[in-house]
Design a protein around this ligand. Structure first.
Ligand code: SF4
Length: 699
């Protein structure tokens, strides 16, 4: 038996874990957190503690497989390869062959060359990286940009926090959390908006609750339904759908009208305040009294004023989740969050700041290393901007001879987690080549021509960056003979050009440090090993000996060090427009939002392999308001229909915590087909899908 310290593989909280390993059987006996670990400090949620059964589950992909149909259709590329066709396997009802990696690398390289020679380099797109290490994400974009010479790289930040990146970069120059999670205990007031924190980021949720219990903190929670943390909140604001920007602008207006601004901070550290003030004071949608006439939401003007007063007169933070970003105006709402911090000087110090609660364990890292179409590593601008994931799907479905024909997908279940699944799945089925690196059988592997079974985070070394910019070195808990993602990438690069010869993850990391020198330059494997249960927070540039827990202390990370106000008014639409015009929502329609449950992680491919987690949440349930009980009558289940598609039948549950005319469900189980309901609408600036609001019919 031995114990190994590492980091949880699930969410962006990035809890440090310790695993007891049965060495002779090469299995994990238990996972727990040590007291004193920086983020987790003896506390893990259920996924962190129990979500490791996927390693031995029969849905684990434990080899490299190639579809027979692909071999048959590409026999000209295969015939002189040493393809051992003696190991047929039925994979998701299709005939595949298990073939050794060396031969598959050759086959993939030949097919990529054939397609890019015939149709151009931009026929190739790479998507993924937020679930694997920085090393693999870095090489994925390097392979695509330098070896293939295609600009098309993207990752699942597109369906979550890209608006946080764009909104924060526009206002304060850096698209990342300003403070460490542990600084929550130094805050006096927190606005939590668009985050069901106790289910989606439970260990950060516990930090809020502990500070609240200790009498140090008051919380204002803003959401479209009463989440668990409402009962621990001084103010609980249930708001209409798509109202974030509206509410945040109103809070800013109250701060200005009641002269609660920090004028010294504004004049020393910001610009464009006067333009901002004039715009907001002349905007009819920024007046909190707007809600006086909105049926069901008449309590909001008073609550908005109270939140504005507490926020501006105390040491305050704002935490937010996908309830803010997955909207038409997600980037503008994030700018509005920045405005509140800038107006009041609640930034650049301990106990005050802005914290996007990012989703995947390495979504921050994969953006840092350049897996975005508009940023190179370290957020440098590329010469050519590539397509975002929704544009890639449009390209595949177009008649353009230079359309995308190849997707290499690394650990992102495109056929489950993206919006507009009718369209996505049609696009995936039209590809000439779909390569998938995966740990578990998933929806996207059903469309794959070639599947590389790869090491999970618990079987390899690699650096992961959590939602507070903290780099942790993940260490192997058990042994695996599968390749790491970066080894597959190097294997194919070697067949195409043969310039790479990385020996191990540390070797790749030393290249990442050069590519991301302003943030990661001084972070070596040795330093991460010395700080295995605390990690290091970027920026820690080359030759720097210290990390940076709090950003923007002296100046902002804009070019001139000054933060900016950019006002954007709310655009009337959706539920609010209906309520305003008709006093109620059309009784035949509902507004649906989605989110996560504590037992699962996104497509649940890993978490449902643990019996207890699966039993806790074995299906997606549709929650409706008790005020709509007459409409639902004695129905036990219902299907939903939107202009884009239909769900499957969902079990119904009544709740006192929802407002009339609104619905909520999770999207963990693919058989529910929840993401078939959502369409192409997304954030105006950055395309992130509008998962948090869709008008649906109950059928
Ligand atoms: S909060 Fe997130 S990182 Fe922490 S144990 Fe749970 S899933 Fe893992």
């Amino acid at each position: 038996m031995k114990s190994v310290d590492s980091v949880c593989t699930y969410c962006g909280v990035g809890c440090e874990i310790t695993a007891d390993i049965n060495i002779s059987e090469n299995i994990i006996s238990r996972i727990y957190s040590k007291e004193g670990a920086e983020v987790s400090n003896g506390d893990l949620c259920l996924k962190g503690k129990e979500g490791f059964s996927f390693l031995t589950n029969d849905k684990r992909i434990d080899k490299t497989i190639v579809s027979w149909k692909f071999i048959e259709d590409n026999w000209n590329l295969c015939k002189d390869l040493d393809l051992d066709l003696s190991r047929p396997t039925i994979f998701q009802n299709q005939l595949f062959y298990a073939i050794n990696n060396r031969q598959v690398y050759k086959l993939v390289a030949r097919k990529i060359s054939e397609i890019t020679n015939n149709f151009g380099k931009k026929s190739f797109a790479a998507i993924g990286g937020a679930r694997t290490s920085c090393e693999s994400g870095f090489l994925f974009q390097k392979f695509t940009r330098e070896v293939i010479q295609s600009p098309h790289v993207d990752n699942c930040a597109r369906v979550c926090h890209s608006p946080s990146l764009s909104g924060l970069r526009a206002t304060i120059g850096e698209g990342a959390s300003t403070n460490p999670f542990n600084d929550i205990e130094n805050a006096e007031f927190i606005i939590l908006i668009g985050s069901n924190i106790t289910e989606a980021h439970p260990i950060v949720g516990n930090k809020l609750l502990n500070a609240k219990k200790a009498g140090k903190l008051d919380i204002a929670t803003i959401d479209i339904r009463e989440t668990q943390i409402f009962k621990n909140s001084k103010y609980g604001l249930v708001i209409p759908f798509e109202a974030n920007l509206l509410i945040l602008n109103m809070i800013a207006r109250v701060i200005i009208e009641e002269k609660l601004e920090n004028h010294q901070f504004i004049s020393d550290r910001t610009k464009y305040y006067l333009e901002f003030r004039d715009s907001i004071l002349n905007d009819k949608f920024a007046d909190p009294d707007f809600f006086k006439n909105l049926a069901g939401y008449e309590d909001l003007p008073d609550l908005i004023r109270k939140v504005a007063r507490d926020y501006s007169t105390k040491k305050s933070m704002i935490l937010w989740g996908l309830g803010v970003t997955e909207h038409f105006d997600g980037s503008y709402a994030v700018m509005a969050l920045s405005h509140l911090a800038l107006l009041t000087g609640n930034i650049g110090k301990s106990g005050a700041g802005l914290m996007p609660l990012r989703g995947q364990n390495n979504v921050q890292g994969t953006c840092d290393v350049g897996m975005l179409p508009y940023y190179l590593p370290d957020y440098e601008k590329p010469e050519e901007i590539g397509m975002m994931t929704p544009q890639i799907f449009d390209s595949i479905l177009s008649d353009d001879p230079e359309r995308v024909r190849i997707i290499w997908n690394m650990g992102e279940d495109l056929a489950h987690i993206h919006a507009n699944q009718n369209k996505v799945q049609e696009a995936l089925s039209r590809l000439d080549l779909l390569i998938v690196n995966e740990v578990m059988t998933s929806e996207v592997t059903k469309f794959a021509h070639i599947v590389f079974g790869v090491k999970s985070a618990y079987e390899k070394y690699g650096v992961y960056v959590n939602a507070e910019r903290r780099l942790h070195l993940s260490q192997p808990l058990i042994k695996s003979n599968l390749p790491d993602d970066w080894e597959v990438i190097q294997g194919i690069e070697n067949e195409l050009s043969g310039d790479w010869s990385y020996n191990d993850s540390e070797d790749v990391w030393n290249d990442v440090r050069i590519g991301v020198k302003n943030r990661y330059g001084g972070v070596t494997y040795d330093k991460l090993k010395e700080n295995i249960l605390s990690g290091l927070q970027w920026p820690m540039p080359l030759n720097s000996e210290t990390d940076t827990p709090i950003l923007h202390l002296e100046s902002f990370r804009t070019k001139d060090g000054i933060a900016r106000f950019y006002y954007h008014s709310y655009k009337l639409r959706g539920q609010i427009e209906e309520l305003l015009n008709f006093g109620k929502v059309d009784e035949n329609y509902f507004y649906l939002s989605t989110g996560r449950a504590i037992a699962h992680y996104n497509n649940s491919a890993q978490t449902k392999a643990t019996d207890r987690l699966y039993r806790l949440h074995s299906q997606d349930v549709l929650i409706y308001s008790i005020e709509d009980r007459e409409f639902f009558g004695h129905r036990k289940s219902a299907k939903l229909k939107s202009q884009y598609g239909e769900s499957n039948e969902l079990i119904l549950k009544q709740s006192k915590r929802m407002k009339k005319g609104t619905l909520f469900t999770t999207f963990h189980h693919p058989e529910s087909r929840v993401n078939f309901l959502f369409g192409d609408e997304g954030d105006e600036l950055i395309g992130t899908s509008k998962f948090k609001s869709i008008r649906v019919e109950v059928i």
